[in-house]
Design a protein around this ligand. Structure first.
Ligand code: DC
Length: 218
């Protein structure tokens, strides 16, 4: 059985949905690294307003210096001791997370934390650079993708289900922008590791993707 599983891919490909199910079936710990970048963005946003500052690398470095991010086993996210699980899911924080993710100082800090979290094994970690940078020795690497249209459609349906206002074209635009930013940044861009298995979920159900990952894990 593969003990460390890395799942990378673009926004909205279904990484967290399938990783959570795989973790539950294998009795593994699920680690959502995107939530950590989101927590950094939330803190930067708050500090920015308070101090009327710009998001320079210097400013962000100061903000993350003593940041405390905790993910608990029920997928709650804590930032400096305060629960922020819901707050980090807004479109503003999504954009902010992609913005702070380009800074080396942020990536270094979060990569260290993520490696510490994976040290015990029996983990499935999802993100953008897990197979390439954070856990290059992972036992199984998955690169999960889907077309932009399909990823936007899923996000649109999810928002509609929660009774949130949603504009399909706007969602598609935001996803494309994040794809571009995440894959074109200089440090640890979104990329498929050479030894990762490519899974295109455009026309697959969640269960089909889960079954394939479980098969590969075994
Ligand atoms: O997976 P997510 O949508 O919650 O991630 C939010 C942003 O965080 C994403 O646009 C890029 C960044 N990120 C990253 O750079 N590296 C990771 N390992 C995870 C997320």
């Amino acid at each position: 059985m593969k003990k460390i599983i890395a799942v990378d891919g673009p926004a909205g490909a279904g990484k967290s949905t399938v990783s959570k199910i795989v973790a539950a079936r294998l009795g593994y710990t699920y680690i959502d690294t995107g939530a950590m970048y989101r927590a950094v963005a939330l803190k930067c946003n708050a500090q920015c307003v308070m101090r009327n500052a710009q998001w320079t690398e210097e400013f962000v470095a100061e903000v993350v210096q003593d940041i405390e991010i905790k993910l608990d086993t029920s997928e709650k996210v804590f930032l400096d001791g305060r629960e922020v699980t819901k707050e980090i899911r807004t479109p503003e924080v999504s954009r902010g997370a992609s913005d702070v993710a380009k800074f080396g100082v942020v990536r270094k800090k979060l990569t260290e934390l993520q490696r510490e979290m994976a040290v015990q094994g029996s983990v499935i970690m999802d993100g953008r650079d897990i197979g390439t940078q954070v856990l290059p020795n992972a036992d199984l690497k998955i690169f999960l993708t889907a077309s932009v249209e399909e990823r936007a459609r899923r996000r649109f349906e999810e928002l509609k289900e929660k009774n949130f206002a949603a504009d399909f074209e706007q969602i598609k635009k935001e996803i494309s922008l994040r794809d571009k930013q995440d894959s074109e940044r200089e440090i640890a861009p979104l990329a498929k590791a050479e030894d990762a298995v490519l899974l295109d979920s455009t026309s697959l159900t969640i269960e089909q993707v889960v079954t394939e990952i479980l098969r590969l894990a075994r």
